[in-house]
Each structure stands twice: as C-alpha cells, then as structure tokens.
Design a protein around this ligand. Structure first.
Ligand code: PHE
Length: 535
C-alpha cells in the first residue's frame, strides 16, 4: 500500500491511510488447491485467482449469455464488457465523456478539455509528445501488466526513483536542491553512525547479544559508509563536482559534508521510504506511447459499436426482471434495457444518479468521498534536464505546492520533452485549479526555477494542466473509502443489489490504481457470470 505521506503530498497535511487487510485470500487459495485450481506459487504472487470467461461455459449449462448494460467506459467498465464479451454477453457501454478510458487520459497536441470552472484548453504539444494526466506508472505485480500483455500493448520502464533527481525543501532553509544520492548518503551515513555508536556504548545490551551487536555494527558500517571510528565523513556516494575519468582525473568529491544536525533539519530523509511502498517500488512500467494505449486496446477489443460516448446516465431502475438505464445523448433521452447492469462510475457521480436501488446503496455511495489531484505538462524546446543536469527520468521531490516534478521516462536524447511541472493533491491541486491555465503555468514555473534555474522558464514551449476534481463526469482523482472497501456499510455495493453490480478502483484495496479497477471488474464479472450460469 501507499506511503501515506508521499500520497498526501507533504507531511504538513494529515492523510488517513486506508489499511488494507486482505482477508480471505489464503482460504480461497486453499480451497482452490483442493480443487486442483491453485496457480503455481509464482503466479500466485502476481494475480488473484480469476478464471476468464469462455463461450463454452454455456454449452454445459444449456443457458445463454445475458444482455448487460455497463455504465461508465473507464477501465472498470471497459474491462467488464471485455471479459463478459469473451463468453458472448451482449454488452452496451454508456460513457458520458467523448472518449473512453475515464481517468486513464493521455493528452496530446490537439486535445481539448473544459473544466468545471469553464477553462477551455487545447493542448499544443508537438508530435509524439504527451502527458498521462491520470495513471502513469504500473508496478510489476499489477494485473494491469497482464492486460497489456494480453492486449498487445507494449511497455517500457517508468523511472520512479532516480539517484540524480533532486530534493528541495525550501521551508527547511534549503536554497538549492540536493541530489537524491547525496541526501541518501548523508542520512544513511549519520543514522548509521549514531546507531553504531549507541550500540558500541551498550545502548542495545538488553536487546541484542554481543555477537548480534557486532553483526549490526558491521552492517551499519557498510550501510552508512562509516570509517573505522564509526563516523560518517562523506565519500563518493554523495557524488562529485568533477567525475572520475582518465588517468590524471581521479575526480573531485562534492565538498561541504553537512553536519548530522543540518542533515536532519533539512528533512530530506522523509522522501526515502516512498520507494519501499509495495505499489511504488522499482521497476515500474508504462505503456509505450501513452497510458491510454490500454483503454484504446480495450475499446477495440470490446467493439466500438457496443460503446456509446457522450451518453450521460440519468436514471438506473431495477425492474425486477431486468434493468432499465435512461441516458441523455445529443439532447435526446434514450433508454437501454438489459438483464443486468454493471455500474462502473465513480461513486461521487453515481451518488447523483437517481435509482431505485435503496437507501443502503445511496448511503454507501455517499460515504465514499472524492479526492483532488492535478498535473501540468510543460513541454520544453530542449531536454535541458538531461543536458545540463544529467537527469534521465525520475522524480524531483519538493515541499513546494507543485509537490512532485516528473522527468519523462522515454524519448531520451530527443529534441523535446514534457516535464510534469506539478503532480499535487488536495488543497494544492485545488488552489491551482482556481487559477487560469496561464496562471497555473506561471506559478508552477516559478517553483521550478528555484530548483533548476532559468531554463525552466526560458526553454518552455507550451503547457497543459489537468485537475481531476474539476473534470466533468469524473470530479475526482481517487476516493477515500472510510473503513476500507470491505466495511459492512459497502455490502450493497460489493454484492449485487438486485440486478445491479458495482465495479471500480474505489471498491478495491488499490484505489487510485488501474489494478483496482481491473480486479474489481473481474470480481463483478465472475459474480454475474456465476449467477447467469445457475439462474
Ligand atoms: N496511483 C497514483 C500514483 O501512483 C496515486 C497514488 C499515489 C496511489 C501514491 C498510491 C500511492 O501516483
């Protein structure tokens, strides 16, 4: 699960981390093992049990595939239609926006958006340049990669952590950025020194045998690059002002090793645990050419004729024998009748749609609250971060309201590139949203100039900003689900209510990840198919 402080953007704000307690998985595997269905140990680490539907499923039961209306053409909705389609279900997907993908949205030159404040932007990115406004990184254990493989979407490494990217904490008095590698050397060095010295003075005599203490100190010497006297004195890990090269150029070490007190006061250590997160550890991946290659491939696989875009859902009624979904499209009101419905809209949007599914559904939807996040893509005329700073991908962490600055993980040594000038959350994202796109750019650039210098301004070609809380039909980057997705109050969403099923990352232990949308859709599809087979 996510590192709470990274996700909230900085430690100033409290972020209530959802604790994922994965309950019945072990029992499920045991049962599957007894049935001879357990995947290999290796596969078990990668995927939750899911058996894809097959057309042949119906030949044994003698029943036929049902008609399903899928509300929402994001990852959960598309996956629902895709998986049900494998067994011949007749699916219709209703998508309010002009494109499928939901929060999986990649912006390229020519794309336009209008936010809820009325700001209209048309991206002016040059050919081949893009920004993933929503999901942008995929961990190796995520089902998302299985869909990339199955759908033929090529992937490449996404650089989530880079020793040469910067850390910048202005509020701690830093006047220039420090490289990750330097900050790590110093923090690990001094922590190791202090612990080694404390151990040496007997502080751990109650906790560890002398043998274990010796091993601990050995580890700390290595971990912190300590000298014989157990002191940290800097060294090559911090980096060089002149790098080692040919004979005669041994390299010049970065000078001015700060004191332990200075290092702790700078607060740089707070960024290191991010990469320990189960969901954020390297290696990570991205689709080649933009994250929307995933919904594009899903859309193609589902069949464009099954998907209605610009279709805004107005009412969901369970009629007892079927489901009737009313929607508006091109100024006209239409209805889709189906045997079942899978509602795959964000809960905050679903909560505004009239339905007859009962107050349990409504109060569950309303308990789940939307969160803000935003990004600005800054396209530069040159890749000055590679040329002048030697930074090839990765993320610079700041205590500024821009929070994270992302360097592109592809197109190295190309002419241009798009830097994500802010990826921020909560109040930071909302306060940028209130500005005009031009003003957002100016504020983001001013923060970047402090870290990278004038080229952050002078090389800028164009920008595009995207704020999820202010995006029509979505109005959230992700959600807060009090108590976690298995809290009893969400039962009417986790189990079908009448003929309506629910799916989305917000009903998973990995909200804010496509993995959650994929797995939630698989769960709904499995339940629906099981019911159809036995009804
Ligand atoms: N998946 C999103 C991201 O990687 C949001 C998120 C951030 C989720 C941090 C969990 C932890 O940026």
């Amino acid at each position: 699960m996510a590192d709470a402080q990274y996700r909230s953007g900085d430690s100033r704000r409290a972020f209530l981390r959802k604790v994922g307690v994965s309950g019945g998985a072990g029992a499920m595997f045991a049962t599957m093992g007894a049935l001879g269905l357990a995947p290999s140990a290796q596969a078990a680490q990668r995927e939750e049990p899911f058996r894809g539907l097959r057309a042949g499923d119906f030949s044994v039961s003698g029943r036929g595939a049902a008609k399903v209306v899928v509300v929402g053409g994001g990852i959960a909705g598309l996956t629902t239609a895709y998986e049900l389609g494998k067994a011949g279900y007749d699916c219709t997907v209703l998508e309010a926006r002009g494109r499928t993908g939901g929060r999986n949205f990649t912006v390229r030159g020519g794309d336009s958006t209008t936010d809820l404040y009325g700001n209209k932007q048309t991206a002016r990115f040059s050919d081949g340049q893009y920004m993933n406004c929503g999901p942008a990184r995929i961990a190796q254990w995520m089902v998302t990669l299985d869909y990339c493989r199955e759908l033929g979407v090529p992937i490449e490494v996404f650089t989530n952590v880079n020793a040469d990217a910067y850390l910048y904490n202005e509020s701690a008095g830093m006047t220039k950025p420090v490289r990750y590698r330097t900050a790590k050397a110093d923090v690990y060095g001094y922590v190791s020194e202090l612990l080694a010295k404390a151990t040496d003075k007997g502080a751990l005599d109650k906790e560890l045998t002398s043998d274990d203490q010796e091993k601990l100190v050995d580890f700390l010497k290595d971990w912190g690059a300590l000298g014989d006297k157990l002191t940290y004195e800097g060294g090559e890990r911090r980096g060089y002002t002149t790098v080692p090269a040919a004979a005669g150029t041994p390299g010049a070490l970065l000078g001015d090793v700060p004191s332990a007190s200075e290092v702790f006061a700078s607060g740089v250590g707070r960024y290191f645990s991010f990469e320990f997160g189960f969901d954020q550890a390297m290696l990570m991946f991205q689709p080649v050419g933009g994250m929307d290659q995933i919904p594009k491939a899903l859309t193609k696989a589902v069949g464009a004729h099954r998907i209605r875009t610009g279709a805004v859902v107005k009412k969901i009624s369970d009629t007892g024998r079927g489901v009737s979904v009313t929607y508006a499209q091109d100024g006209r009101t239409r209805v889709v009748e189906a045997d079942y419905c899978v509602a795959a809209l964000p809960p905050n949007i679903l909560a505004k749609v009239p339905h007859n599914l009962g107050s349990g559904v409504q109060s569950a939807l309303e308990a789940i609250t939307p969160s803000s996040a935003a990004k600005i893509g800054l396209e530069y005329r040159s890749r000055w971060w590679e040329l002048d700073h030697g930074i090839y991908g990765g993320i610079t962490e700041t205590d500024q309201d821009v929070t994270h600055i992302w360097h592109p993980s592809h197109g190295f040594h190309g002419e241009r590139g798009v830097v994500v000038g802010y990826y921020n959350y909560g109040d930071d994202a909302d306060s940028y949203a209130k500005l005009t796109p031009k003003a957002r750019e100016a504020r983001a650039v001013a923060a970047g100039v402090k870290i990278y210098g004038e080229k952050y301004r002078s090389e800028l070609a164009t920008s595009f900003s995207h704020h999820w809380r202010q995006t029509p039909h979505l109005e959230a980057a992700w959600h807060d689900t009090p108590g976690g997705p298995d809290d009893p109050r969400y039962k009417p969403l986790n189990e079908p209510t009448g003929r309506v099923y629910f799916a989305g990352d917000w009903l998973s232990y990995t909200d804010a990840w496509q993995h959650g949308a994929f797995t939630s859709a698989r769960k709904a599809v499995t339940a629906l198919h099981t019911r159809v087979l036995s009804s």
